[in-house]
Write a protein that binds this ligand. Structure first.
Ligand code: HEM
Length: 411
């Protein structure tokens, strides 16, 4: 089924940006360009997730993010995605979906796992695993980059971070896919299966928690959480919620950036050549890749009081969706935004990690993993050719890929 409306010619009021077809068909750039120009704070009254506001300009999103006491993230008001958390039977309380002061207290516990010195500690094992994986890839044969590289490297990275049982690491992928699937959660036919799988995840984490509770403290994140004063006071549901958050937060996002890299190599080959010639561009290339891909298309807030935004009145209780994917294409901030430019001067200003008190706590780890991947690919002179169009995730939240068939060129 194609999108119900052609966004460039239809009535503005008919545009429902959370219709996933904009993302599977990649028609979102034109749709958001029109909204930014003609109706930057847009109200949608019909569609699976309606009613909700869409905030599409960079500066308006920064404004919303800077007022967390007005625009709530709390799951008690509806949570952080266009899907209403209130409608879901299964709730894992997690600090991404909390407001101050509880948010600050819980974030403080996990933040030390992502300091520059911790990143240095993790860089060794991440590099070793990345190198081994790249060495094992077939040359001159067709294979799925999503499965063999993006999923595998991301789950390995998270397993290292948590010291998660290595042989079970693919469960992290399965759980994170289902947890982040807002489309399935909104569909009565799929909701039951999703709930069953999320219970399975809860039970596994319960076992992990029990096993670690009596073990001596270790440097991995799970142990750090168990032995922290703030988190040890939490009930089990909340502890598991935060674990789920870290695993889901780090999973699809990093994975889809890695597949985005293959898209960039194929759609903007001159940029890959630029990187080959000048490796000092790698840190900026990582930011530009994350800007261009925008692995999470949006985050949502709920107004706790009547307020004004871009000349519109937002009422208490209204759902406000911040489209990062649109902000990252805002020509007021990024010149020629649909283009990848590894030497773009302000690539780091992207909003893919959000902004303000909820800005991604794992950003440094994601950047580290991506930088290592680029370094190790360049060190091997690896050119990856996409041999088919990618299959995209049908979602207005996870902006990513289910499959990308590739071949590594023979050197
Ligand atoms: C928060 C994106 C990687 C863990 C966020 C938010 C975004 C985001 C947009 C902000 C949520 C909001 O404002 O409501 C990304 C992207 C990534 C990435 C694009 C990769 C390219 C990771 C990794 C981890 C992680 C690797 C951990 C292993 C978290 C956590 C939060 C968060 C725990 C909640 C922060 C808070 O509420 O204070 N992420 N993320 N993320 N992310 Fe990431």
């Amino acid at each position: 089924m194609a999108t119900k409306v052609a966004a460039d010619t239809c009535d503005l009021a008919a545009i429902d940006p959370a219709d996933y077809h904009y993302f599977t068909e990649q028609t979102w750039p034109a749709m958001f360009a029109r909204l930014r120009a003609e109706d930057p704070v847009h109200y949608c009254t019909e569609g699976l997730f309606a009613p909700y506001w869409s905030v599409t300009r960079y500066k308006d999103i920064v404004h919303v993010e800077a007022l967390p006491d007005i625009y709530s993230s709390s799951w008690e008001y509806g949570g952080i995605t266009v899907l209403d958390a209130l409608d879901q039977e299964l709730k894992f309380p997690m600090f991404i979906a909390m407001d101050r002061p509880q948010h600050s207290a819980e974030r403080r516990v996990v933040a030390p796992a992502f300091t520059p010195s911790e990143m240095q500690r993790l860089a060794g094992p991440i590099r070793a695993r990345t190198a081994a994986l790249l060495e094992g890839l077939p040359v001159g044969e067709t294979f799925d980059w999503v499965d063999r590289v993006s999923i595998e490297l991301t789950t390995q990275m998270l397993a290292i971070l948590f010291d998660f049982p290595w042989e079970d690491r693919r469960l992290l992928t399965k759980w994170s896919d289902w947890a982040g699937d807002v489309q399935a959660a909104a569909d009565p036919a799929m909701r039951e299966e999703r709930t069953r799988i999320l219970y399975e995840m809860g039970a596994y984490f319960h076992g992990l928690w029990q096993a670690r509770l009596n073990a001596p403290p270790a440097p991995d994140l799970l142990s750090m959480m168990i032995h922290s004063e703030a988190l040890s006071k939490m009930d089990e549901q909340e502890f598991i919620g935060n674990l789920v958050l870290l695993i889901v937060g780090g999973n699809d996002t990093t994975r889809n950036s890695m597949t985005g890299l293959v898209r960039v190599m194929n759609e903007f080959p001159a940029e890959w050549e630029k990187l080959k010639a000048d490796r000092s561009l790698i840190p900026n290339a990582v930011s530009e890749l994350i800007r261009w891909q925008t692995p999470l298309a949006h985050m949502r807030r709920t107004a706790k009081e009547d307020t004004e935004l871009g000349g519109k009145t937002i009422h208490k209780g209204d759902k406000v969706v911040m489209w990062y994917i649109s902000a990252n294409r805002d020509t007021e901030v990024f010149e020629n935004p649909n283009r990848v430019d590894f030497s773009r001067e302000n690539a780091r200003r992207h909003l893919s990690f959000g902004y303000g008190i909820h800005r991604c706590v794992g950003a440094r780890l994601a950047e580290l993993q991506l930088a290592i991947l680029l370094e190790e690919m360049l060190a091997r002179g690896m050119d990856v050719e996409a041999v088919a169009q990618p299959q995209r995730v049908p979602s207005p939240f996870i902006h990513g890929y289910k499959e990308q068939m590739v071949q590594i060129a023979k050197s």
